[in-house]
Design a binder for this molecule. Sequence first.
Ligand SMILES: Nc1nc2c(c(=O)[nH]1)N[C@H]1C(S)=C(S)[C@@H](COP(=O)(O)OP(=O)(O)OC[C@H]3O[C@@H](n4cnc5c(=O)[nH]c(N)nc54)[C@H](O)[C@@H]3O)O[C@H]1N2
Ligand SMILES: Nc1nc2c(c(=O)[nH]1)N[C@H]1C(S)=C(S)[C@@H](COP(=O)(O)OP(=O)(O)OC[C@H]3O[C@@H](n4cnc5c(=O)[nH]c(N)nc54)[C@H](O)[C@@H]3O)O[C@H]1N2
Ligand code: SF4
Ligand SMILES: [Mo]
Length: 898
Amino acid sequence: MRQTTASTCCYCGVGCGVLIEHDGAHIFDVAGDPNHPANFGKLCSKGSTLHLTGDLDARALYPELRLGKGLARARTGWDSALDHAAKVFADTIAEHGPDSVAFYISGQLLTEDYYAFNKLARALVGTNNIDSNSRLCMSSAVVGYKRSLGADAPPCSYEDIELSDCLLIVGSNMAYAHPVLFRRLEEAKAKRPEMKVIVVDPRRTDTCDLADLHLPILPGTDVVLFHGILHILLWEGWIDRDFVEAHTDGFDELKRTVRDYNPAMVAELCGIGIEQLQRCARMIGTAQGFLSLWCMGVNQSTAGSAKNSALINLHLATGHIGKPGAGPFSLTGQPNAMGGRETGSLSNLLPGHREAGNAAHRGEVAAYWGVPALPDTPGLSAIELFEAVRGGKVKALWIACTNPAQSMPDQHSIHETLATCPFVVVQEAFATTETCRYADLLLPAASWGEKEGTVTNSERRVSHVRRAIPAPGEARADWSITCDFARRLEKLIRPGQPSLFAFEDAAALFDEYKLLTQGRDLDLSGLSHALIDRLGPQQWPFPADREQGTPRLYVDGKFPTETGRARFLAEHYQAPKEQREARFPLTLNTGRLRDHWHGMSRTGTAARLFGHVEEALLSMNADDMRRRRLLDGQLVRVRSRRGELLLPVQKDDSLAPGQAFMPMHWGNRFLKGLGVNRLTLPSVDPLSKQPELKHAGIDVEKVELPWQFFALVEGAVQKRFESLRPLFEGFAYASFSLTGRDRPALVIRAACNEAPDATQLAQIEQCLGLDEGPVVAYDDPRRAVGKRVRIEEGRIVALSLSGETAARDWLKQLWHDGTADQALRRWLLAPLSTPPGGAVRTGKTLCNCMNVSQEAVCAGIERGLDLNGLKRELGCGTSCGSCVPEIKRLLTKQPAVA
Ligand SMILES: Nc1nc2c(c(=O)[nH]1)N[C@H]1C(S)=C(S)[C@@H](COP(=O)(O)OP(=O)(O)OC[C@H]3O[C@@H](n4cnc5c(=O)[nH]c(N)nc54)[C@H](O)[C@@H]3O)O[C@H]1N2
Ligand SMILES: Nc1nc2c(c(=O)[nH]1)N[C@H]1C(S)=C(S)[C@@H](COP(=O)(O)OP(=O)(O)OC[C@H]3O[C@@H](n4cnc5c(=O)[nH]c(N)nc54)[C@H](O)[C@@H]3O)O[C@H]1N2
Ligand code: SF4
Ligand SMILES: [Mo]
């Protein structure tokens, strides 16, 4: 019977409510939850396709154990898996001490999962070696809030976006990364066009589509810009002196610091015009409600903490905090990075916004947990943790819900580290990730739609995540795996004592955890799963005596610092670690695409989500390409101080000269090489320990790989992908993607210097189903060129081109169109691969929901249609709206014929 379960989207920190349609065994559809206050029924292109992701062939279904390095993992039962893990952990702790083990967890776990992990690491094992991927994401914002305001608490609400009249968006591509919030901003701006939007980003992103002013600052110069704005605010008298006087400390020192940041110097250092800078300062200085939104362009920097505080300075100086439509609003990346911060899931934190380095805090938590003490040795942060594993200090590593062999900087070192770590446990929902390859013990985890607990979104709103269907195979909820392991470990290292982990369900974990927040700034003690069910998602603080949450913090001007006053921080600009120089003349920026999520373990299972951007490309400014004699689509070698990567290049006029961009999503799985993070550097901010993932020095040069290969095969794509991928190890370049909507197909592009040997090609053809059956083949051994097409019931179902691939796009189009006509048969029997004449469509899908291609939109624009006309005639942009900014951009590029 069809049922609907209200839950949340498992992707970004907007935290949209979803309605899952299912029959108790399978999920059929998702829709936005009209009652959820984050999205009021809207979903973006990722949220609305959740039901199409998660192919079972990609899932981890059973525990698997490897009994020695070099051996294959074999399926085992939960009892033997967890007993084995407990024994290895207990032995390691006994021999080398509690700091010889570590936990690396994730901003995508639920609050209850985090709580279990924290208690396990700090109370039972006795180590602070528990850190999460939030170190790569939010830790600079955490430091920024704590240093400037006294607690890690974003003070705003989403509705402040609608109430503000001046929005500063810094280092955030909301149009792609927080799309439903961007929809809210679009609507607000449409209603009140006088509202000012400023975007600060080295690239001209789709987010700039709404901007009254775009400041394309040079990478890493944000602190200069913020100080320069404050300099002008001071000069013009646009300061709220009463607020500064009554509620802050440190303004005089900051004034002295920003005196040097005069407009001419700031414009020069940031690479913008003085006029632009002054306009920006005027918009902020004269605003009634000044709101700033920021994300990874600010945090992922060796000056991330300074950037955060310099931005918060602007709010304190103008008194724009604690008021409707105003405040410093850091956008959270992952769906529950906030919950991670609340429960203490960074090595330096403890549950309830406490500090591991604070003896009183340790005492409070130890007493609550009923253990004598918590460890006082500082824990390792992500980068340090992997260094400690590499150096042999950490000998057993537990990784949950994150894929460090894709997402950490300097991948070569991470892969080596994981390969040599004596015992690696990976608790994962998808068996296909780069990190799973290194798991000595793989524990299958339940995932979206299959697990229960709570998450906190960017605006401090706690939602109840509900389960719709059981997890597949033997996969289990994360908290339950963690507690089961902990109970077994207890028996070995804390025998005879009552269990610390006797939790029956997620609600019991929440109920124990919430009392650790009582009386703290984030007080959740009034909440429970049942209360959220009754009242709907709530914003913390929500103390026990309340009936509703708190939309805005610091309305009374009191801050959770020792003095009750907020602090100005006066720190000078520090340039990014890697400056442009002769050997590495370009800066590599990395970030998100609209339709993919991180390492693509989930989005990479839905062909539809490849329609917008099909393969990993390096984007460059046209001048930089011309200077290197590069053409669109050519293969290039990208080199950084750490290593190199091969991929095609494309012209991108949103980038300034000297800058290049690569999406963060491709690791070792969908692209040969170790992905984008082969190139990035592990240098970190001194306070937040967050790595500088957005500014690596690189050089780019053309590579000639004359022997090219292309293949497309439909059906059982995940299985085929798994068996085909290893066969491309010997190629210099290989890239995999999916295409198609109703019939997903795997697409492979590869290249090498000379033809691979015949047996290898034969193996590939066999995997593609091109070795026998209804296959038309043509081979020209002299030129090492071959073509093969398998036609079933008048349709192409598989094809390959080897040697040269000129007919690639044409054949792909034929496959999409479902035709196998005379032209194809004639071409098949001709010696050359070149396709018959005529334009080939690029196939880029702009609108995923309504399946509208870029070509169709451009043709519509040529016919004179405006946005409404395009929506009406083609349907594009009428569902989730994620493609609207891009359509608008095409409209401005290609003015409609009069
Ligand atoms: N579609 C999609 N959405 C996502 C995710 C995803 O994987 N896919 N991931 C989620 C997560 S975990 C996160 S953390 C967020 C990230 O969300 P965002 O931070 O918005 O995304 P990014 O593309 O990483 O980076 C944002 C922008 O920072 C700019 N930038 C680079 N260097 C600088 C600089 O020095 N100064 C300034 N001002 N800007 C700079 C980049 O050009 C880029 O446009 O997205 C979340 N949402
Ligand atoms: N170059 C570059 N690198 C970056 C970034 C960048 O901008 N540029 N951004 C950084 C940022 S902000 C982030 S947040 C990180 C993200 O990096 P990762 O944390 O590595 O990202 P994911 O691929 O989302 O990893 C989550 C894993 O959890 C698995 N999973 C999903 N659901 C569940 C579940 O319920 N339980 C368990 N146990 N597993 C589950 C997924 O299959 C996936 O493999 O990447 C960072 N790396
Ligand atoms: S904006 Fe999109 S990805 Fe983010 S929570 Fe909402 S539906 Fe999910
Ligand atoms: Mo993130």
